[in-house]
Design a protein around this ligand. Sequence first.
Ligand SMILES: Cc1ncc(COP(=O)(O)O)c(C=O)c1O
Length: 385
Amino acid sequence: MVHDPAHLGFETRAIHTGQKPDPRTGAVIVPIYQTSTYAQDGVGGTREGDYEYSRTANPTRTALEEALAALEGARHALAFGSGMAASDAVLRTTLRPGDHLVLGNDVYGGTFRLIDKVLTHWGVDYSVAHLSDLDEVRTAIRPETKLVWCESPTNPLLGIADITALAELAHAGGARLVVDNTFATPYLQTPLELGADIVVHSTTKYLGGHSDVVGGAVVTDSDELREQLFFLRNASGAVPGAFDAWLTLRGLKTLAVRMERHCDNAELIAEALAVHPKVSRVYYPGLAEHPGHATAAKQMRRFGGMVSFNHADGEQAALEVAAGTRLFVLAESLGGVESLIEHPGRMTHASVAGSLLQVPAELVRLSVGIENARDLLADLNGALG
Ligand SMILES: Cc1ncc(COP(=O)(O)O)c(C=O)c1O
């Protein structure tokens, strides 16, 4: 895997790493290698580049993986067909029957569902802990704990965990730290540099950035883990197609400028919501009163584009706001250029109802896009009444 010189800035790596002009045609943009198979020089002999079958490897996917690794400051990245496929690969590579993992109390509902409804059938046990409470994490770690699974910021409550401290705790207990970096993106936070062992992404979100492709990635510095993940991905086949890899790579190129604008708009909206009479609580790590603000400021460049809030008048009022905006589209997912609004309790996080991860019924989640901030504020104020 190409490891870019450290002197290249983030924006430059996003546009150039793994993306040299095509040597045969000069095409400036990496082509969509829409092929399942590759001619071989002889029986058992592959040509330059070692491509033989696109489940195993594909040049468009390789370009995406080199760029992703460079952005996370990592040795390796592997692209998957979705964020859940990436998480699944990490869980099945690192855990065996009898193993245990510690899970943040506020992880993405789909991650919880995979662990609670699928992994437990294969003899894996888990505990849920508030990852911002290091004593709680220390208590949750057992001799058979192999993973600590962290999101920071979390989905949907924007909780912040101290990644460096968590990595130390996990390592002291003989476990690895996984960070789902979907909300922050490598532009705002690079968990491997903070001590994490593995980063996972739903590239569906900010990395793709345009709500037009589903994908995932795993990033690590470990050669051994990379080999194990590569083996599992080839064995089970959870790969993205060439066009999906290309769309994600195209999105990556503008990640830095998009994230700056997402952050600008989200900061303005969080501040406006914080003084709105219909809002009883705002969850945004950029606000000084957020309990994780100091930690977020230490480990993040800025605070991201996701903002959640509680409606002061309860669940029905929250549902009405979610259905009442005009520019904010009522939809699941996040991280695209367009603003989205949703009700986690009934939508993205319905699968955690009744569990320790249940979210407040009056919660509304915003994925703040890169439109004109004044228009977004007017839209929200209109829906809040
Ligand atoms: C934080 C986080 N991790 C993982 C996922 C799963 O990703 P995907 O939908 O690409 O499978 C999501 C999806 O919403 C997410 O928000």
